[in-house]
Ligand binder design. Sequence first.
Ligand SMILES: Cc1cc2nc3c(=O)[nH]c(=O)nc-3n(C[C@H](O)[C@H](O)[C@H](O)COP(=O)(O)O)c2cc1C
Length: 331
Amino acid sequence: MNSDKTPTTFDSHRFCLAPMMDWSDKHCRYFWRQLTKKSRLYTEMVVTGAIIHGDRERFLQFNNAEHPIALQVGGSDPAALAQCARIAQDWGYDEINLNCGCPSDRVQNGMIGAILMSKPELVAECIDAMQKACDIPVTVKHRIGIDDMEDYEALSNFVTTVAQTGCNTFIVHARKAWLKGLSPKENREIPPLRYDLVVQLKKAFPHLNIVINGGINCLEQAKTLLNDLDGVMIGREAYHNPFFLADVDQKLFGTPNPSANRHEVLDKFIHYAEQQNAAGTRLHHMSRHILGLYLGQKGARAFRRHITIHAANREASAVVLREAKQLVDIG
Ligand SMILES: Cc1cc2nc3c(=O)[nH]c(=O)nc-3n(C[C@H](O)[C@H](O)[C@H](O)COP(=O)(O)O)c2cc1C
C-alpha cells in the first residue's frame, strides 16, 4: 500500500458493471461484453456455502470472453471466505469482491451484506484472510452507511479499518441502507444519493481506488464523476437500456467500440445463443437479458413482445431472436 497518501489514479475499475442477483448472470455478462470490451464485470453475489458445498459449475462458470471478471461473494466467516478466494483464483477470476452492501433480511441473519458495515474489524479480518489465500485483488462493495450511522465519520472509520489490511479498492454505493423497514428495492431508491460523501472519501484517501455507484445513467455523468473518482459502476441502467454501453470503450478508454450498432450486437448474441441452446440452455434464460437492446427504437415494443412470448416455450431456439430482429427498424 502507498502509505504516504500520495494521490494515485487507478485505471482498473474505471468502468464497472454491477453485481445484480438474478440479472448479471453469465449470459447477461456475455451480452454486455459484446457492447464493451474494457468494462469490468461482476457476478451476482454467491454466498460462501454455495461455493464451498454447492454446484460450482452452476455458480462459478463463466465464458472466457468475460474477462476482466470479478466474483462477488457474500459471507463473514474468514476461513470460509479464504477458501472461496482460493477457489475464485483457481477458476480464473480476476478479482474477488466482498458484499457489504446488500440490505436484505435474509442475508442480515447470516451476517452477510450491509450489516457488515457495523463490524469493520470483522470485515478487515475477512479481507485479510482472503488476501492471504490468493493473489488476485480482494475488493469491497459497500454503502455510505447503515441505519443511523453518522454521515461521514463511520464511513471513514470503516474504510480506514479495512484499508489497514492492504485492501485498496472500495466500491461505494452512494446511499445508506436502512436495515429495518425498507425492502431491498426501496433501499436502492429511497435513501438519498450522496455523491459528495464518496468524493470526500477519495479526498481523504487519495491513495485508494474509490469507485462510485448508484443512480448513474449515462456516460456524460460517468465522465464527470471520473474527474474526482477512480471509477464508476452502473447497474440498472445497463440492464434496462444496455445500448449506451456501446460507446464506453471509445468515450471512457479511447479504444474502438466493439460493435457499431444494435443489430451487430444482436447478431453476436444470436451466435452465442445458438451454441448455448445446442448445449442445452433454454433460450429464455439468455434472451430475458436483451429485451432492452432496442429501447427507444421503432419496433422496440414488438421486439420485446415477440421474445417474451416465444422464448417462453421450452423448445424455443435462437430463431426467435432472428424473427424479433425483423420487427425493428434502426434506420
Ligand atoms: C436486481 C438487483 C440485484 C442486485 N443484486 C446485488 C448483488 O448481488 N450484490 C450487490 O452488491 N449489489 C446488488 N445490487 C445492487 C447493485 O449492484 C447496485 O449497487 C445498485 O443497483 C445501485 O446501482 P444502480 O443505480 O446503477 O443500479 C442489485 C441491484 C438490483 C437492481
